[in-house]
Design a protein around this ligand. Sequence first.
Ligand SMILES: [Zn+2]
Length: 660
Amino acid sequence: MIDRATVDRIYAAANVVEVVSDFVSLKKKGVNYMACCPFHNEKTPSFVVSPAKGLYKCFGCGKGGNAVTFVMEHERLTYVEALKWVAKKYGIEVEEREETPEEKQRNDDRESMMVVNSWASDYFAKQMYETDEGLSVGRSYFASRGLSDATIKRFGLGYCSESRASRDKDTMTQDALRAGYKEHYLVDTGLTIKRETGGYYDRFCGRVMFPIHSISGRVVAFSGRALASDNRAKYLNSPESIVYSKSHNLYGIYFAKSAIARENHCILVEGNIDVVQLHQKGIENVVAPLGTALTVEQVRLIARFTPNITLLFDGDKAGVKAALKGVDLVLKEGLNVRVVVLPEGEDPDSYARSHTADQIRAYVEENQRDFISFKSSLYAREVERDPIRKGELIEDIVGSIVLIPNKIQRSVFIKECAKIMDVDEQLIVSEVVRRSVGAQYGAEAREFVAREQARQSREEVAKEALTRGPHTAGSSMIELEREITGYLIKYGHLTLDYREGRETVHFNVAESIFDSLEGDEIYFRDERYRALVACYKEHNQELGVGVKVPEHYFIELDNPEASSAAVDILTEGDNHKQSVIWKEHDIASESEEERLGKIIPKAIILYKSKAIEAIISTLNEELAALPEDDDAGLARILEAIAMLNNERNKIAKQIARNIL
Ligand SMILES: [Zn+2]
């Protein structure tokens, strides 16, 4: 934890132009600076840095934030790490809470294990290049796979000697002990196995070695491939330890991360050798799970760099099975998944060796399918003749659609499924809804269903009444929260006129927002907007009503998500017209004020009606779940519903007056 005072000092010192310039070369343009965006591929610059606002914003991909979140995003650091990075640049001392003795011991252990792993990685490389056994067994194996010395060096590949001379097979362990490394750490990293009879055994003896790098490039574990065709497992990985968890790591992530971010696309293959082979061909956005089925944590690791994942698998049965499992996992995390199956008899390694990078890219491009066409093509022949099989397949596809968290995406796939399987779309919708209500994804799915129903009922009325608002009508609650937060932080200080029927009412934007929502104990659901509202309130109390709260308070909020939401709001619409935000004055024009006087009250009313609607529907659910004899509970809920209904009627009147 870094204390608030230090965070403030860091933000005060950080100059967004200086920080961004450490990574991107900026060109001055007017009061701002421009460059090609480091977060997506582009040829004409749409990445803008505003020193006056202390923010950056890409109008191509939408990324935006302050100096600290730039470092966070660009270097893939955590928020605290990014704060420390900026602190270091400006010579600010960061005071942190002191570690407890246990924490200190654990950190020392971690560090020692990393050091042992790093030593072992160098050792295996030397063994391969500097011993006869290494050259004749290890190096020649990699040569047979067509790997160059440059590739071998890049990935730190090596060989763990079998040491035929020594019956104990403990050459590495003995060398490590002689070099001063403690037995304790050699055993904990799994490099050494202690024999029950005393003495040691090298876990990886006789194997070619693939060091496994963490996202920041440190060796945390190894994967060893057996060469002799005896009974040993083909691949052996380091055991789990305090520095390594196989379900949280991906082979090649350190070497692939910038390519994945740059191309906004990640290719997932099965084996380490596939990763190395494709990298050698110049296709660098490739990683592999570590000998396990893909895990949620691995998918989330990829999601830090891109939402687009392509699974590239062998054409054999095992490959297809692995791909099918992977698909659902990726969908459930809300990412976009495509599948490419290689021609039969090929794996990514063999395919990469016999084709050029362009051919491989073209193959992926032409053969990638979304999960519906992938699944339906798998069973196309069976399904054609067998209606029962077809029903099962639709069930299966619906099972995947249900996992997709995003509503819009879900409806796109419902349409596609209906088309490909040639069935009525409504049928699939109702099947999705039915399955959604099932136990597994209960809460989330029920919310989806409730939302759908709510949308059809009262929302229609409100929409009708409010069609004159520019973007309020038909917005979701979260969208409205964003919109209202925007009015607050941009125009909270303004006093506007609002015509209600024949009367004209003056209102201060901030007061009106706080009065009408918090008066009824309605609070935003989205944490980002709640944080921005709290920040506004804090400074508004200091400055007083009618004084503009400087934008940098929001941009430099000690909360990276809220701060990027603020940047997003404060820069919206800027790409199309020179709006108030980038200009160096803050006075809204008269017509703007008139416009705001109309739309702000509408947004508030609409939000309030939706919030009340949501509370009522929760209460109705509670009512349904109430035990029959709970009279007190019944009375309490009915009373609450009556009160809310009352409020709802008032709002309906307001809406009616508003459009007269
Ligand atoms: Zn961009």
